[in-house]
Design a binder for this molecule. Structure first.
Ligand SMILES: [Zn+2]
Length: 359
């Protein structure tokens, strides 16, 4: 099922609403209507929509700067917890990450100040500088919320912008993975502090703290894996002796191969050309649907991902993550020369990092 609805494009960047976002706004509308009638519902929902328009502009800030640096931006998705810019491969050049991360909060601050100025003109200082978020007027409230959005995003932990800005500053003086490890550690300490404060003041802070704590861990391990796999050629860990199938083989034979060997995924080869792959889940589904007599050629995948022989393990890892598969055929001018598995990458990470020198 499609989980988001596309709204349209702004500057060539597609903006989508996640279904949970639509449910969230509908739910809030009902709560407002229940509490204060139709008028309250309209005001409440318009404010939420204006808030998410602000979030969209914040994300557009990131996306536009990223695109300026040649990063491919797939779009912005709005979730009830905020917006997410879907970008391919963020630059590791510190100055670029710094500017991309800063662009979001800077947009929010600018928007907040702009709305604040409008509010001053329209309503004067008393309404503009009123400290409460609830019960105030639309424009002053929106101004405050934008400034809060900037402060929230500048918290010094991944995946917040503040964490990225902090790492970029560190990465000016040290290697990227070391900068990430330090930024992640600081983020975790900050999250624990924030969680403790939240326990006694506001339960939302505890949720944010948990989010930042796990964000730090996942960013640290992502960068650690990328660094360890960089510049390692695929032939370092690819299997060169492996079982292939013929399109005329029957599923019962495939099951025998799986019982007697180590493989669960099989390349299908005809006249030394790779014509398909049969993954574990395909075998299970085909056995269920057609039984053990079915031909491999009928049930194999004809569209599949491969990696060229000159790939690095970093590229293989990215390809495996994109296709969601557990193994990939390695091709050299159209001929299969090996198979690389997620397991083999995992083994490499364990063994290569085990001793003082890389094995
Ligand atoms: Zn941001």
């Amino acid at each position: 099922m499609k989980s988001s609805v596309r709204l349209g494009r702004v500057f060539g960047i597609s903006i989508s609403l996640h279904l949970t976002f639509i449910l969230f706004v509908a739910f809030l509308g009902m709560v407002y209507a229940f509490q204060g009638g139709a008028r309250a519902a309209v005001t409440g929902v318009s404010f939420i929509l204006a808030l998410f328009l602000s979030v969209t502009l914040h994300e557009l800030g990131h996306s536009m700067v990223a695109r300026g640096f040649g990063v491919k931006v797939n779009g912005i998705v709005l979730l009830p917890i905020g917006g997410v810019s879907q970008m391919e491969e963020m630059p590791e050049k510190p100055s670029r990450e710094f500017l991309i991360a800063l662009a979001g909060p800077a947009t929010s601050i600018l928007l907040g100040l702009l709305l604040g100025a409008v509010s001053l003109l329209l309503y004067g200082p008393a309404a503009t500088f009123k400290t409460s978020i609830t019960g105030g007027m639309f424009i002053p409230n929106l101004a405050r919320v934008n400034l809060l959005l900037a402060i929230f995003n500048l918290l010094p932990g991944f995946p917040m912008d503040g964490g990225r800005i902090f790492r970029a500053v560190l990465a000016n003086a040290m290697p990227f993975d070391r900068a990430t490890a330090i930024a992640a550690a600081v983020g975790r300490v900050f999250a624990i502090g924030l969680g403790l404060v939240g326990l006694f003041t506001n339960i939302w802070l505890v949720f944010i703290a948990v989010f930042i704590y796990f964000g730090a861990s996942s960013e640290a391990s992502r960068v650690h894996i990328k660094t360890a796999l960089r510049d390692v050629p695929v032939n370092r860990v690819m299997a060169t002796s492996f079982q292939t199938l013929n399109p005329d083989d029957r599923l019962s034979q495939v099951v025998e191969h799986a019982y007697h060997g180590f493989q669960e995924d099989f390349p299908v080869v005809l006249d030394s050309k790779l014509v398909g792959v049969l993954m574990k889940q395909d075998i299970l589904a085909a056995l269920h649907e057609y039984g053990p007599g079915a031909l491999v050629g009928k049930v194999m995948r004809k569209e599949f991902t491969t990696v060229p022989a000159n790939s690095t393990l970093e590229q293989v890892y990215a390809a495996i993550q994109t296709c969601g598969c557990s193994s990939l055929p390695v091709l050299d001018s159209g001929r299969i020369i090996g198979v690389v598995t997620l397991e083999a990458l995992g083994r490499y990470l364990v063994f290569a990092g085990a001793g003082p020198g890389r094995v």
